[in-house]
Design a protein around this ligand. Structure first.
Ligand code: FAD
Length: 427
């Protein structure tokens, strides 16, 4: 008999998972309180990069030495609000520890490489399936550096990427300008990740995946999931204010809000929000032809149907604190530094957005069966790479529900990799 599966959350992870399960013959109910792909979700406002090369953790060996300068720079890519510091100390320590040695960094890179490999091709196929090929651009992702020396400081990371099959080419000044003629001359060296792609309107894409899942038989319930109902025989339903939805499997894909669901099934997950921002210049004077990430600003600058979207920044401030729109303004400034032809700030019409990367300190997502129920499967915590990792994550979840061996090793993503927590809701 077909499995009855409730998927909690319709961001990119929940949407792709609902579609994969429906195509696998499951009876799927997707529970989401807002519009799928709406601005409540990280999947709406991200940097649009489908980036198989994003396998290096944000914290790399020696970062702790640069941290004081990074935190002291008000225009830098990382900010910690002092009020949030006590509740994030373990997260920040774990974050630094994760990439503190070459060995640890290599382990993370290997795990992520499996998850992200082939993502651009997966998106291309998905785009055909959902009828939005216009939203996927496959002309590579460009990283820019002030000069070759700045690249050399990161060259070992690029070699590691190459070892994992990520194809990239180095561009000297002339080649860089041929690739992106409108780029500021402050950048004299580049790396083009040829396999990289973009989803230029991730919110619309998520909505379209959900629509396609519904055409494949999935149902959507506009409600907030509250938790699980168990009987002595196991999982019975997912509770919502609209009533309980009977199921024999549940998938937790509620992004940064997944923690309480995980706790209910015995997994204490150190999930935190790494807040990020985007700004969209709606009336740019030029249109960059490449998706660009300048190494100094660490943000993605992309042409999208709505205008030039600049996305980035890591702000540690918790889920509830109000946005600090100065972070979005910084993104605009960085974009103008990179593309002076974009125009004057005073003449620009700019949309701003803030959202929550669902992040784990070690830079790896949580994908796998819960501690107390094999029938509750976690799929969250994708941090900086959720857009890229979504199709493979969905495939893994569908494999687990069907009892198949996933195509990539999932031990590194285990929900049980964190210290044991003594809480058994079934006892
Ligand atoms: C500024 C920024 C730039 C980024 N750039 C990139 C990039 O270029 N490439 C990349 O790969 N990744 C990028 N990311 C990361 C990526 O966007 C996230 O990892 C990914 O969107 C997470 O998807 P998700 O489905 O897990 O969570 P979300 O997209 O946040 O979706 C979670 C959904 O769950 C719903 N939900 C919450 N609580 C409940 C409940 N109780 N019941 C039911 N539903 C619930 C929410 O309403 C929401 O719709 C970026 C993130 C940010 C913030």
């Amino acid at each position: 008999m077909a499995h009855q599966v409730v998927v909690i959350g319709a961001g990119i992870i929940g949407a792709c998972t609902a579609l994969a399960l429906a195509e696998d013959g499951c009876k799927v109910t997707l529970v989401e309180p807002e519009e799928p792909g709406g601005p409540q979700a990280a999947s709406y406002g991200n940097g649009t990069w489908i980036s198989p090369g994003s396998i290096i953790p944000v914290a790399t060996p020696g970062l702790w030495r640069k941290l004081p300068a990074l935190l002291a720079d008000p225009s830098g890519p990382l900010v910690v609000r002092w009020k949030a510091l006590p509740s994030h100390l373990f997260f920040l320590a774990g974050f630094l520890a994760a990439g503190s040695t070459r060995k640890r960094m290599a382990m993370i890179a290997e795990a992520l490489a499996g998850l992200l490999a082939g993502a651009p091709a997966q998106y291309e196929m998905l785009a055909v399936k959902v009828g939005r090929v216009d939203l996927i651009k496959r002309n590579g992702l460009l990283h820019t550096f002030s000069d070759r020396a700045a690249f050399e400081a990161e060259a070992s990371f690029w070699r590691l990427r190459r070892e994992h099959g990520i194809r990239w080419i180095a561009l000297d000044d002339d080649a860089l300008r041929a690739c992106e003629p409108q780029l500021s001359e402050r950048y004299r060296f580049g790396v083009l990740v040829e396999d990289g792609a973009q989803c230029v309107d991730p919110g619309a894409f998520v909505a379209q995946i959900v629509a396609t899942a519904k055409r494949s038989g999935a149902e959507q319930l506009r409600a907030r999931a509250l938790g699980f109902d168990f009987t002595p025989a196991g999982l019975a339903a997912v509770r919502t204010p609209e009533g309980s939805i009977p199921c024999d499997y549940a998938v937790v894909a509620a992004g940064v809000h997944s923690k309480t669901f995980a706790l209910e099934v015995g997994d204490q997950i150190p999930l935190k929000s790494e807040r990020g921002y985007h700004a969209v210049i709606k009336n740019p004077k030029i249109q960059p032809c490449q998706a660009v990430m300048p190494a100094d600003g660490k943000m993605a600058i992309n042409m999208t149907p709505a205008g030039v979207r600049i996305a980035g920044q890591v702000e540690i401030a918790g889920v509830k604190a109000a946005p600090d729109w100065r972070r979005a303004e910084l993104l605009v400034q960085h974009a103008v530094n990179a593309f002076p032809g974009l125009g004057n700030r005073d003449d620009m019409i700019v949309d701003r957005w803030m959202g929550h990367r669902p992040s784990i300190a070690d830079g790896l997502p949580v994908i796998g069966r819960s501690r107390f129920s094999r029938h509750v499967i976690h799929a969250f915590g994708h941090g900086h790479v959720g857009m890229t990792a979504a199709p493979r994550t969905a495939e893994i979840v569908a494999d687990l529900v069907a009892g198949r061996e996933p195509s990539v090793p999932i031990a590194p993503f285990s929900p049980q990799r964190f210290p044991y927590y003594h809480y058994n809701p079934l006892s």
